[in-house]
Ligand binder design. Sequence first.
Ligand code: FES
Ligand SMILES: [Fe+2]
Length: 398
Amino acid sequence: MPSTSIKNVPGNGLLGEPLAPWTYACTELHDLEYEKLFLSRWQFVGHCSEIPNPGDYLTQDIGRDNIIVMRDKVDDLRAFLNVCRHRASRLLEGSGNCGNNVQCPYHGWTYGLDGTLKGVPQQKNFPSFDRACYGLHKVELEVFHGLLFVRVKGNGESVVQQFAHTAHYFEKYDVSNYVRIANPREEIWDINWKVIWDNYLENYHIPLGHPGLNRLVRENDEYDELTSGVSYGVFVMNEKRSKVSEERQYQDALHYADHRVPDDLKGRWIQFGFSPNLGIDLYPEMLDLFQIVPLEVDRTLVRTSLYGHQNPTAEEVELRRLNRMINDPINEEDRKLCLRVQKGLRSYAYQPGPLSSQESCVFNFHELIRAQIPVTKLKNKPAFGSITAENAKLVDRY
Ligand code: FES
Ligand SMILES: [Fe+2]
């Protein structure tokens, strides 16, 4: 079924319960989540402007897997798991140009830009060896307005289908023509990834949790949530000028980027959530991507990547600087809020309270998890070691 607004789905007006606390602290479930929610759903890995020439590549961690995206001689882009088919060595690091081949640094197996295994040193020592069976593991790749997304397992809707009618925003901001404007910033948060994503999805915490943001912007009533896990909302600048210098300067200077966007987007910020782990903030002066990469059940990599038009004016450069002065502390405020929740979830007696209508995205995210991993519907944690089997039973039942 194509992605559609959740507001149009019968029965979804009422909010039910959030996930049970045990689901935030279970290693066995964490493994299932990685397979069902990360490997099986689209993961952001970069922008095609980062690999403009034949032989260019980039690599990106999406959890315990690392992805290579390469451009070949006829400009086709392909994505592979970054693992040698011989004895599992990581093939490439960072980004760069690999010429015509990728050579494994361990024993020298050599792969073409299309992933085929082209050369094996001392091949005579591998009896009855068929090189055709040992190409790199290819993964699905989609370029969505220049943004590169990969899906390692499974199938289903494309990225553009998942964004459905909201995809036009990316065209309006001309995201296809963006370039990276800073190195990604990566932090490790000692917090379960779902706590961080729950927090990203709701704005109920803004007045108390982010006083600066609250002074700067207000939400208007344009928002939507789609069955695919895409959601978006619109913030407009407060007319009242902030008493904090950088916030006031930003409010005053935002019009310098006005020529970048159509009239209906001037002075606005558009915030997308792409469950389970990518936040996309479209500002008139740039784009930031807030990506959550699960490492362990209580350890998560948080990556912020910035893209924007090449050749900004001096005023736009200043606007981008002010944006980071405002938004970097907001990330830190979120980390501290999430850490409090991480601690509280371990409490002996805690049971989830009700979700407000402002937290509908959290509920719908939890519904998405329950649909993919039905064992998360259980209020009490199944016996140690039985979660995968319990989940398989429930998959059969639903
Ligand atoms: S692990 Fe790559 S060639 Fe041996
Ligand atoms: Fe927040």
